[in-house]
Design a protein around this ligand. Sequence first.
Ligand code: ZN
Ligand code: ZN
Length: 294
Amino acid sequence: MSKPAARGPSNANSKDGEICPVCKSSRYLNKHMKFLINPECYHKMCESCVDRIFSHGPAPCPIAGCKRTLRKVKFREQRFEDLKVEREVDIRRRVAAVFDKTEDDFETLRDYNDYLETVEEITWNLILKIDVEATEKKLRQYEAAQKAERNIQAQTYQPDPSLPSDTAQVVLKKSAAQRRAQGNPTGNTPDPASGAGNGQQTEPGLRFKGLKKYVPPPPEAPFDPFDGWAIEPQYYVTQNDYDVEWLTRAINDPLHIGGGYDMRDFYSWALCDAFSGFGVFVEDGKDVEMADVF
Ligand SMILES: [Zn+2]
Ligand SMILES: [Zn+2]
């Protein structure tokens, strides 16, 4: 475990912050010099050092005593003057992304406060480097369980819930593997796949009480562009052909057949024209209009 770069007595002088600890070049000589840090160990170095050392792939941190393997993509500019603050903010952001429950997710305020306390404990363990491995494991397990739970919630809308999505299958497999790794092959822990809609599925060790049960919203009705209005004719049925002499003549006329004209279109238009006034009461319509005006 390496300590984050602290501003000890050796670099109390603000000028020291302007010198790259790797190549010793100073901002005094190159005013465009940019310092970068890597959240892996928070050691600061100049951009050209990062380019030189990490361009060909991951490499160990060049700061003496730090053996962390760093990647170029992870380097970024420092946001806070104090690197301790920088690190704490990063950790808090990472933990908050996993533990994203709100007060509304809990039955009582007390349960929510208990949850917040657990989250704060995890955060402080990571910040102060206490039980880092166990805490990281807890974090990963909880994240996997949350993902599996969300996938199940998403599946409640799918026509066939017995077929989980590829991602869900991967997550479920992972959680199953984690349970096996914990020596619990009997499956005493709730299987995320067993009960859709249960909001309390988390890995053992990180179960929060007082979580509200997940209630899936009612399924949406299929979209009806006519808002319940029946487009099908109510007063007549269109036949495929009619035994009328002039109509038969017209059908057999090559002029009509030639254009690919479908006589059934003609039938439905003609009948629609004849019957479309049915069921519309002009007097009723007038009353509504008058009522609107006054
Ligand atoms: Zn440098
Ligand atoms: Zn380092």
